[in-house]
Design a binder for this molecule. Structure first.
Ligand SMILES: [Fe+2]
Ligand SMILES: [Fe+2]
Length: 202
């Protein structure tokens, strides 16, 4: 799906549905981090127009965060402190490692957008799995519709981050696509080692 080189282990969604409370808590933290990351990228944007679009993206992710918080409230769950996110940390480390000669400020920004695009792509894939699995369970139709909506939003965000990466690279789309391919290969290996925890990227 999208640029992903490896599909999530099919057993992930069964575990996620069985342990939905834990997934929802983790999901809330993911949306909060997505909002913070979009704002942090707005501070590095190459034009005010790009900064403004990133600020709008941060607002949308904040709205997702609030929607997941409302679900936690309904279920009597606490948000708790932010769990470590080895998936995102390892993706960022991968982007460093695979520029052995060092990165220019432009390379760094392109990589940040591409890492964000990959996280959106993986979230999108997993929301699709969740929406389909929840739709099969009679009492969870509302939540299935919620994840259906998020699936579409994260697919759009994937494209937005890819466009930002191309813009940050001065419009050099072939170079960005080549780099996306490299990072997607590493992300696929990382995803192959995951799929075991009741987390959005676990
Ligand atoms: Fe989101
Ligand atoms: Fe997103």
């Amino acid at each position: 799906m999208l640029c992903l080189t490896r599909s999530t282990d099919p057993s992930w969604v069964d575990r996620a549905v069985d342990r939905l409370d834990e997934v929802l808590i983790d999901h809330a933290h993911c949306e909060m981090k997505a909002a913070m990351n979009a704002l942090s990228l707005a501070a590095r944007a190459v034009t005010p127009a790009m900064a403004s679009r990133l600020a709008a993206l941060a607002e949308e992710e904040t709205q997702h965060f609030r929607e997941v918080l409302a679900e936690l409230e309904r279920r009597g769950l606490a948000l708790g402190t932010s769990p470590p996110d080895p998936y995102a940390a390892e993706l960022r480390a991968l982007a460093h490692r695979t520029r052995p000669g060092g990165r220019s400020p432009e390379d760094t920004l392109v990589d940040r957008f591409l890492v964000a695009a990959l996280i959106e792509a993986r979230s999108c894939e997993r929301f699709r799995l969740l929406a389909d699995a929840l739709a099969r369970s009679a009492d969870r139709g509302d939540l299935a519709a919620f994840y259906e909506g998020l699936f579409a939003a994260e697919a759009r965000h994937y494209r937005t981050f890819l466009d930002f990466a191309i813009e940050a690279a001065g419009g050099d789309e072939p170079r960005v696509r080549l780099r996306l391919g490299e990072l997607a290969e590493g992300e696929g290996q990382l995803a192959g080692a995951l799929g075991v925890a009741p987390e959005i990227h676990g």
